[in-house]
Design a protein around this ligand. Structure first.
Ligand code: SF4
Length: 383
């Protein structure tokens, strides 16, 4: 079995104005002066990947592009535009390309949203997190609730029709009413897609010092109530859950993220970015100067490499696929791997169905609501 060439590309933008208190992503404050050499390196990495991949006729055009971070909306528009051009020159863009830019509401400059549209972005994912100022202050976010709402208006008037909002659950002092209000307001602002993530206290972050062992933060039961409140309000607003942490109006699922959850191949460019193709998952060096230097010296910045064999890929299809409400299709599994899902995983699926964690419906194995709540139990069965 040979994996198809990627039709998705992720570009990592590791610059932020300031670090949020909970964040452990690969991103840096105070390094924006390196944006020029950094994006030169990203473009060189794209060209090198293209050269490695062979002749133009052999390669499918990109169907999804995702600039994430970090704060992509912080960097000069010209850098984003020339990197989009580099991707288009290297791989081509398929008709109907979904091109997402992550936007921090504290970074919108006059004319920036129009430039983003002009260079091909057609979807914006706005980091809202919460819509009450004390909650945003507790997170060390650089924007207010009003600025987050204004960001949607600015993006809409620049022509962005496909808008997503990120919200966080489990913040100190957050109530169900806060969550319901935030959902209602981002939907009224035009978000047709909402991602809702639980706050996790990562070691080494300011949050880990402020809330040792999670003390002072909502417990599991309270967090579950906030999650239920979010899901209920999203549904009332016409956004259906399609993945553990994602809900969308019909037709507005994030196609790029679905590629990850279907364990399909993707390119990854930039510091700390991961790529997955031809059964190999590669990770780049994480530091910005180290990445720039490695690309300059070798045209590549690979720091880790993991071969994913057929059994590993089958397990990933189940673990990631069962994050989605639609689950995994037996027919699709068989088309991809040759063997049946039941032969590979029947022994793992049956007890989960008996425990009410999975549903077995003709072609599809899907998680139940209980299976979504206990996704760690479901995942472990396929390891
Ligand atoms: S803006 Fe996003 S990436 Fe940057 S520090 Fe805050 S949470 Fe992390």
């Amino acid at each position: 079995m040979t994996q198809a060439a990627p039709t998705s590309a992720y570009v990592h933008v590791p610059f932020c104005q300031q670090r949020c208190a909970y964040c452990d992503f690969n991103t840096y404050a105070g390094l924006l002066h390196l944006a020029g050499p950094y994006f030169d390196a990203v473009r060189a990495e794209i060209a090198a990947e293209r050269a490695r991949a062979g002749q133009a006729g052999d390669m499918p055009a990109l169907e999804t592009v995702y600039f994430g971070g970090g704060t992509p909306s912080l960097v000069p528009e010209a850098q984003l535009a020339s990197t989009m051009r580099a991707l288009s020159d290297a791989f081509g863009f398929a008709p109907g390309l979904e091109a997402t830019l992550e936007v921090n509401p504290g970074t919108l400059r006059p004319g920036a949203a129009e430039s983003w549209r002009a260079c091909g972005f057609n979807r914006a994912s706005v980091g809202v997190q919460a819509l009450r100022d004390p909650l945003l202050a507790a997170l060390d976010r650089i924007h207010t609730a009003a600025e987050a709402e204004e960001a949607f208006a600015t993006l809409r008037s620049a022509g962005f029709e496909n808008l997503s909002a990120d919200l966080m659950l489990g913040l100190p002092g957050q109530t169900e009413a806060d969550v319901v209000d935030a959902v209602d307001r981002v939907v009224s602002c035009g978000a047709g897609h909402v991602s809702f993530y639980s706050l996790t206290v990562e070691p080494g972050t300011p949050f880990a010092l402020r809330y040792p062992d999670g003390r002072g933060l909502p417990g599991d039961d309270e967090e579950r109530r906030l999650y239920d409140a979010a899901l209920g309000e999203l549904a009332r607003n016409g956004l259906s859950q399609y993945e553990i942490s994602s809900a969308a109006r019909p037709g507005l699922r994030c196609r790029h993220n679905v590629v990850y959850w279907e364990a399909r191949p993707y390119y990854g460019f930039g510091a700390g970015a991961f790529a997955y193709a031809a059964g190999v998952r590669r990770g780049n060096v994480v530091g910005v100067p180290a990445y720039i230097e490695a690309i300059g010296a070798e045209g590549a910045a690979e720091d880790s490499r993991e071969t994913v064999d057929r059994a590993g890929e089958m397990a990933e299809v189940m673990i990631l696929g069962l994050r989605m409400n639609d689950g995994v299709s037996r027919a699709e599994f068989q088309r991809r791997f040759g063997g049946t899902l039941d032969a590979a995983f029947g022994a793992a699926v049956r007890p989960l169905v008996a425990q009410g964690l999975l549903e077995d419906e003709d072609d599809r194995i899907r998680p139940t609501r209980k299976g979504i709540d206990f996704s760690n139990v479901v995942s472990r069965a396929f390891l």
